[in-house]
Design a protein around this ligand. Structure first.
Ligand SMILES: Cc1ncc(COP(=O)(O)O)c(C=O)c1O
Length: 384
């Protein structure tokens, strides 16, 4: 039996903030938005042009459910350039967004309800929702501020049982912006090898990293045995609305996921895949330029939030989120987010990302530096 109320609860915090922000805006109040996890920049011109060209060439029919050949090849090259190994084309699957890949991957891996999924809490809300939707064993593992919000292998080891089937890793992480150390990821990969479970490595923010080195556990088995590497175009190429992602996995799992795609959506949109090919093969300057801007925004928001009474904020190493601790305000996360909304600031209570997000807020700084500066002033006023 699926408990739809559990699913509804997961998204409820986000929708509550969005609905209230909209009401306030309709009533004429100006709201500064820090709640949405999407880049503020536009999709680069050459990517848009590739989609327009594909439409003009009438590339508008159904395509292979697993994805078009040229995009799969581009992804294979991308994996070689960024992770150092070349998967076979049968290990590549194109997805209508990485979000759906979380479901496809876990659905493909989980065979029965005794099996358990370990995943980070706080973490990307889809993980917990899919675990509950599949009726799988829920083994959320707390990620702690003491460890700079990096998933600690020791905490994770406590959750491993004979029923563990898969662990979800996400580095750089949503909502905290933490980036795991190579040794931490390696230790977790060793657990997976020792106890024979899968790893779903959500690497959607892999190109959005500051001073740390990016490490992917996929290099260990080249996604031939136990690693499912999930990535996409939304964040690094500012393509959230295009709905395009990809996954590299053992062929058996690709086969299962491909079946689900063909039943559910038939295929990912044809002309969108042409745009994705242009994104990977074309100039990558926009990513480097954006990261220079994100670095400035990160400094401004972290410094500003640390000056707010009752707030303390670590410097994240990746993505475009900060996750300040607000315990000293004496408010719950929801109260604090509501209070800020009344002062013209929309952000998310940490609890949107799981129970261990209590005591925190999430701000997305994928916005202009002017908005960040104005926002900090309003937040300071709200807590004077
Ligand atoms: C950690 C994480 N994984 C996956 C996704 C989904 O990305 P997409 O837009 O490709 O569905 C997001 C989006 O916010 C995310 O934060």
């Amino acid at each position: 039996m699926i408990d739809y109320n559990v699913l509804r609860k997961t998204g409820a915090g986000i929708f509550k903030v969005l609905a209230k922000a909209k009401d306030l805006e309709q009533a004429g109040k100006k709201i500064l938005h820090f709640e949405i996890g999407q880049p503020y920049e536009n999709t680069p011109e050459h990517i848009k042009q590739a989609a327009k060209d594909a439409l003009d060439e009438n590339f508008t029919g159904y395509v292979e459910s697993s994805g078009i050949h040229e995009l799969k090849e581009a992804i294979r090259d991308e994996v070689q350039n960024t992770r150092g190994f070349k998967p076979s084309l049968n290990q590549v699957l194109i997805l209508p967004g990485a979000n759906s890949g979380v479901y496809y991957a876990l659905r493909a891996v989980i065979d029965n309800t005794n099996q358990e999924i370990i995943y980070p809490n706080p973490g990307f809300p889809t993980y917990g929702s899919v675990v509950s939707y599949l009726n799988a064993g829920d083994k959320a593992v707390r990620i702690k501020e003491e460890n700079e919000f990096r998933l600690n292998p020791i905490d994770l080891e406590d959750k491993i049982t004979i029923n563990t089937k898969v662990i979800i890793l996400n580095s750089p992480q949503n909502p905290t912006g933490s980036v795991m150390k190579k040794q931490e990821i390696q230790r977790i990969a060793e657990f997976a090898e020792e106890h024979n479970f899968y790893i779903l490595s959500d690497e959607i923010y892999s190109k959005m990293i500051y001073d740390e080195e990016f490490y992917s556990c996929s290099v260990r088995d080249e996604c031939r045995e136990r690693t499912l590497l999930l990535d996409g175009f939304s964040k690094s190429y500012s393509m959230t609305g295009w709905r395009l992602g990809w996954i590299i996995a053992p062929e058996k799992m690709i086969d299962r996921m491909n079946l689900l795609i063909s039943i559910g959506v038939s295929c990912t949109s044809s002309f969108i895949q042409k745009a994705g090919t242009a994104a990977l093969k074309g100039p990558q300057d926009s990513i480097h330029e954006n990261m220079i801007e994100y670095r400035k925004r990160r400094e401004t928001i972290v410094k500003g939030l640390n000056e707010v009474k009752g707030f303390s904020c670590l410097t994240p190493q990746g993505a475009f989120y900060v996750f300040p601790n607000i315990i000293k305000t004496g408010m719950t996360s929801q109260e604090c987010a509501d209070h800020l909304l009344n002062h013209g600031i929309a952000c998310l209570p940490g609890t949107v990302f799981g129970s261990n997000g209590e005591g925190y807020l999430r701000f997305s700084y994928a916005t202009s530096i002017e908005t960040i500066k104005k926002g900090i002033k309003l937040i300071k006023n709200a807590f004077e």
